[in-house]
Design a protein around this ligand. Sequence first.
Ligand SMILES: [Mn+2]
Length: 374
Amino acid sequence: MSSKSNFSFIHASDIHLGSNQFWNIYRSYDFIRVFHEILDLGIFHQVDFILLGGDVFTSLEVLPENLTKIVEILNNFKSASNESIPLIAIEGNHDIRKYSRGTRINHGQSWLKFLASLGLIILLDANIEGSPEQMFPNYDFTKKKGGKIQVKSAIIYGTRYLGQKPEVYLPKIKDAIKVDDGLFHILIQHFGIQGQMENVPGIDFQKVQILKDRVDYLALGHFHLQFTIDNWIFNPGSSEAACSIDFSYKRGIFLVNVLKRNKYIKHVNPIRLRNRKSMWRTIYFNTQFNDKEKMNNFIIQKLKNLLKNLRDDLEPSDPKVPLLFLLLKGIEPAKSCKIDEKYLSKILTETLPLIGVRIYQKFKNPLKTIDKFF
Ligand SMILES: [Mn+2]
């Protein structure tokens, strides 16, 4: 068995680099740290390549300090791996998204193109409107462009995010993928499958199945919840919790080993990443507060007690230092005692071994209840 026909790779997605989640400095670094961890895992497992299924960046707006760190990490990875582990990416909807207006702009810019121009990643994209023969040109290392690349006996095809109706392109993609070349076919796409996440639209599985005889491993990104279908479709989920709900999802990366016997056999192992710890706590107000200081002290004392087992000897950059989601329930404080979430979160973070506090107010207003009654 020649080693050329066996290979391994990591499949990650939805890294959301550049996120300034909750305007928290430690959170913004968490996304970069986890990306670093993925690259380290690539070196540790000596994989042949790493796939990034889109949403590598959270938006076009990235602070210079963060981009500097990302480029530094990629340069270090390049030398630590002796330039032997290509990072192969596609653009997701977030990579081309302008955060401040929340709308997509179609100027074709992305930080992934910038990283590709520096030779730090391989960015795949297809001539989606071209004929099947023109659709996936081989990656050109001088132009830093192309739709497919071969690594060992794997051939990786990729396109950018295809919009809300990617299924219209699937028959064309199928026709463009070569049959019977003896290679293991990977297709990277940024879309979800209908039914894998509640209330989130995706493509109908039946429509994706036309790719089945051309693609051995469909590498997806987009849905932040991890899923696999029929040992054929793989979605690792977001690598850090990119929004509040993500904290509750199963997420991570896949480490894939492919062996060539008379056909290809793949072993896909999910790996969990060292994510930021988070916790939910609830405090009930049994009386109506009308003194702000008393109320704040009540919350602090309650939390000190609820969190007394937390370690206070860790640096906040350590992901074991938690982010707290605080739910306030019970009797709504008096109008004069309105909760200043920003201030309260600040004093709680200064007092307790936490990196930040998100406050949710779910009070019952006794007066309103009576009003309704009459
Ligand atoms: Mn995403």
